[in-house]
Design a protein around this ligand. Structure first.
Ligand code: DHB
Ligand code: FE
Length: 287
């Protein structure tokens, strides 16, 4: 049986990717951010799973307004870092886990969640920045990511986006899928994006520390109630791009306590402003 050992939550601010790529993490602006991820990198080294199921959003990179899947699972064996306008990030390609991904697709679709199956796509900052934050970034020629990754893309860019409730229930189905895999694997599930941020319009630059921290509290202690929060609350309180936070409920729904098990252990919690236009939030919960 495969098992979900932990969930990881983190913002994916592209400027954090640039800070790592350009070796600026010790700059006064960035130093507090990367200090916050230091213990998480140590934790990840000691707790490298057999696969990461990485919930993220594509930012009109692999998909466009031509084609907008609500939930898309990567069943391919290799994903190239995308060129988002300045050339691809200097990070290695992402190795998939086709066998586990195909099993999860089979199980989750038969469990009534209609997924789009993707065998080929490039992955943008939504996926590669969280990986760099947790795995670090030695020189690219000597580096490969420490484990296979199953990309799972959620549409939070073009309305209608899925509800928090739907995401939370999908996480529960993903847990059932992982546990029915015939193979002895440790799997982590990551929920990425957020926290409060708005990138355009009169409220551009919006940050809401109190709301973000209340979200973190409730994500830990009462995700079921949190999952019932309507989209309009995310957008009013956390800005138009704060809606990315619904993805965190997929990872939280996959944790043991939601299925009647013990409460997770909070291994890391970190919050920092500023990082570009976004509040950085980060959690690690262990089963
Ligand atoms: C920023 C944040 C995002 O989530 C994103 O996708 C792009 C930019 C930012 O804060 O700059
Ligand atoms: Fe984003």
């Amino acid at each position: 049986m495969a098992r979900i050992t932990a969930s990881v939550y983190t913002s994916h601010v592209p400027a954090m990717g640039s800070a790592m790529d350009l070796d600026r993490t010790a700059d006064p602006y960035w130093q507090p951010v990367f200090t916050g991820y230091g213990p998480s990198r140590e934790w990840f080294k000691e707790n490298t799973p057999d696969a990461v199921f990485l919930v993220y959003n594509d930012h009109a990179t692999a998909f466009s307004l031509d084609l907008i899947p609500t939930f898309a699972i990567g069943t391919g064996s290799l994903y190239a870092p995308a060129d988002e306008g300045w050339g691809p990030r200097p990070v290695p390609p992402v190795v998939g886990h086709p066998e586990l991904a195909a099993h999860i697709a089979q199980s989750v679709i038969q469990d009534d969640f209609d997924l789009t199956i993707v065998n080929k796509m490039d992955v943008d900052h939504g996926l590669t920045v969280p990986l760099s934050l947790l795995c670090g970034q030695p020189p690219v020629e000597a580096f490969h990511w420490p484990c296979p990754v199953i990309p799972f893309a959620v549409n939070v860019v073009q309305y209608p986006a899925p509800s928090g409730r739907r995401c939370f229930m999908l996480g529960q189905a993903i847990r059932r899928a992982v546990e029915s895999f015939d193979g002895d694997l440790n799997v982590q599930i990551w929920g990425t994006g957020g926290m409060s941020h708005q990138l355009q319009g009169p409220r551009a630059g919006l940050i809401n520390r109190a709301w973000d921290n209340a979200f973190l509290d409730q994500l830990i202690s009462d995700p079921d109630t949190l999952s019932r929060m309507p989209h309009v609350d995310y957008v009013r309180e956390a800005g138009s791009e704060g809606i990315e936070l619904v993805m965190w409920l997929i990872a939280r729904g996959a944790m043991a306590d939601v299925a009647g098990g013990a409460a997770p252990r909070v291994r890391q919690r970190f919050y920092h402003v500023p990082a570009s236009n976004t509040a950085v939030g980060h959690l690690i919960l262990e089963n």
